[in-house]
Write a protein that binds this ligand. Sequence first.
Ligand SMILES: Cc1cc2nc3c(=O)[nH]c(=O)nc-3n(C[C@H](O)[C@H](O)[C@H](O)COP(=O)(O)OP(=O)(O)OC[C@H]3O[C@@H](n4cnc5c(N)ncnc54)[C@H](O)[C@@H]3O)c2cc1C
Length: 315
Amino acid sequence: MSDPLVDALRDSCTGEVHAGRSLAEFTTLRVGGDARALVIAEDDADLAAIGVACTQAGAPWMVVGRGSNLLVADDGWHGVAIQLGRAYRGTTIEVPDEPEAAGVVRVGGAEPLPTLAVRVAAAGLTGFAWAVGVPGTLGGAVRMNAGAHGGDMADALTEVELFRLRSGGRETWPASALELRYRHATLPEDAVVVGATLSLERGEESRVREEMAQIRDWRREHQPLSEPNCGSVFTNPPGDSAGRLVEAVGAKGLTIGGASVSTTHANFIVTRPGATATDVHELIEHVIAQVASSTGVRLVPEVSRVGNFPPVDTS
Ligand SMILES: Cc1cc2nc3c(=O)[nH]c(=O)nc-3n(C[C@H](O)[C@H](O)[C@H](O)COP(=O)(O)OP(=O)(O)OC[C@H]3O[C@@H](n4cnc5c(N)ncnc54)[C@H](O)[C@@H]3O)c2cc1C
């Protein structure tokens, strides 16, 4: 049976439009159900058309970057999942002649962070090595104010380019308008981050490469990179580490169905083939309850949960 929303998207978008496409393959946790529609937007006209189609159908939208911080419910997403296509990749770097002047980096919303980190290092810019091990896109990194190893997006971001799905146009916002703080950015609900400008100091390429190699090694040793995961599941409470708390209450290795608290890093949840989003969700809720009852600290999930998740009885 045809879906009028999908028909409208197929009529108006040049990018791929998929009906009932599993989002599991678009997330690094590899669980979750189907989107009513998934569109790979190839240009701003596609984004504008998605805004119109969703508004007319009364359907919600969400942006999927690399899906490295997303948990999609088993019954899926009842709206349009938007992924930015290849046209939104790419980086241009300007390095001024004056040796002290910072470099200016303009980057597309779909650019993978590790690629960006390598490119800016090759251009002799420093301060972005932390991003080499964060497997998201630029847009997702802005949305989350991603960060690691003492750095974050807020350190470098000067401007963001937003596409507004309701008005169908672009706006340039200064980074200061995003109220960036630890894993937080304030963005309008209809904003798609289609690009950004970064300012990065000059540095020695060989030193930045060495720093990136150390970061990769550290991650290989301390994170369960061979199993599906979404990075840190919980944000760190002020002055403490979520992983330390999870480990302290004995929840390392705790398993529900096909999802387990990683034995390599207690702030990671890993999934096995056959795992469901509900397994991950229930495990998250049990860990929150266990940590709260033993320590009084209520952990806050960093992972974005999308769709319907039933309440969990943790008693
Ligand atoms: C192995 C591993 C290690 C990780 N390490 C780190 C780390 O060290 N530090 C860290 O901060 N994170 C880390 N993460 C989490 C994740 O990579 C980051 O949060 C990343 O920024 C998410 O980007 P994404 O493109 O995957 O976004 P997604 O997971 O696809 O989406 C995350 C949120 O951003 C929104 N979004 C995505 N793209 C856009 C866009 N273009 N415009 C508007 N909204 C958008 C989504 O709607 C969603 O709300 C790790 C994840 C993994 C799997």
